[in-house]
Ligand binder design. Sequence first.
Ligand SMILES: Cc1cc2nc3c(=O)[nH]c(=O)nc-3n(C[C@H](O)[C@H](O)[C@H](O)COP(=O)(O)O)c2cc1C
Length: 459
Amino acid sequence: MDLSAIVLAAGRGERLGADKAHVELGGATAIERVCAHLRELACDEVLVVRRQGAAPLPAGLDVERIDCDTDAMLETLRAAWRARRATLRARVLVFPIDYAMVRADTLRTLLSGGAPITLPLCRGRVGHPLVLAREVLAEIDDPAIQSLRDVIRREPSRVGVVEVEDGFVLRDIDTPADLLAARGVLANAVPATELLARHRSRRAWRDEAVGDAQLRWLVDSARRSATSSFIQAASVVAVRDRATKERIAALCSDQAQIREAPVFLAIVADLRRIARACERSGRRMNADTLEVFVEATIDATIVGQSLALAAESEGLGTCMIGAARNHPRDLAALLGLPRHAFVVFGMALGWPADDPLPRERLPLDAVLHDERYDDTRTDTALAAADEALRAWARRSNERASPGTRRIDEARGWSDRMAFLFGGDRPHKGRQNLGPELREMGFGLDGVSGRDSCGGIEGS
Ligand SMILES: Cc1cc2nc3c(=O)[nH]c(=O)nc-3n(C[C@H](O)[C@H](O)[C@H](O)COP(=O)(O)O)c2cc1C
């Protein structure tokens, strides 16, 4: 390989409240995880820089420890360079321990780059770790160099990037929220189909924050979903402010899981950018049709479901909130939505504290038809769905703590649907929804041509 690795593990972990090298990640410490990857890569030597007096490294790592009296990144790297310059190989992987979640295959991809300075590039941003030619690393001896960035910027022609998909080249472990996210990813590393099968809506939360870096990563992933005609008519408003969440909860049937969740996400059907694009070319948006309304709603829904799945893939829990359509205008005003935008549904997001039994869905044969819809299966499907819901009620009651309201074990799914939809008044009337959506700039008519969106709109 002709490769040395320098693992920078001298930080005090003040924000994390723990020595980063020793935090547990998927059954091993961070330093063990990194060293296992480096062994897999057949690194010729591994140097681990520690602050003087820092806890010993786990036994059996087969690394050389170098102590230094500072935890400033450049100085720790200098300490390694000065101590081992004679033996360092042609290429040096500089690996801050904060990036311990980076996968071995990502490192292999990174090492395929041949530039004197090779950086991982993920979703348009460069991250860590990086690979330096030995003679480039030697430049840190120059006292004029203040940071590794100075070396990188000296000569842009020396810098090469390698595209990777591993978001952990960008997501360091710096805070307790980062650590929770990292552990969540490791604990949920299963195929997407298994994640889907594990899904449950969650309504109680641990008192732990959802980190901003994690939230940004999740939304950045979800926003890549398919979109009708590339209109990208979805936005997400993330609310963490306690008072705002209280007011949102009040507009959404006072559901406690909204108030108590660390984050409320409003999943928005958003034609504002299209209205603005039209305006900038001197045109009036003509989107006053049911079809455009449906398209925007589908776009938002797809982003919302992708976001829920992404969140669940990192161990977070979600509860979608249809009650966000109770008072669409008031909620839009509270969130400062422009005209042509409405909250399709909300999502309470957090680290789940409850453990509900999964609710069995309708049988596959009722949902998947071969070539043509087979209505003869419907009654069998209802019988199966009824029994599944009753079994779920029985098992939930058995598990419930004393004092919890019991679920009616006699009621099947079809009874429930008949109750919800078979009354004199429409289910969840929300009679205000249509008129309010029209006022907010959505047409709900089947035909286009009438420009009731108001032409050139301001927000
Ligand atoms: C668009 C949408 C809106 C929802 N709105 C609410 C809501 O306002 N409150 C709530 O507690 N659950 C809400 N849910 C969650 C459903 O009740 C839940 O998905 C369903 O009962 C199945 O349970 P499961 O998700 O645990 O499998 C909503 C789900 C969806 C898809």
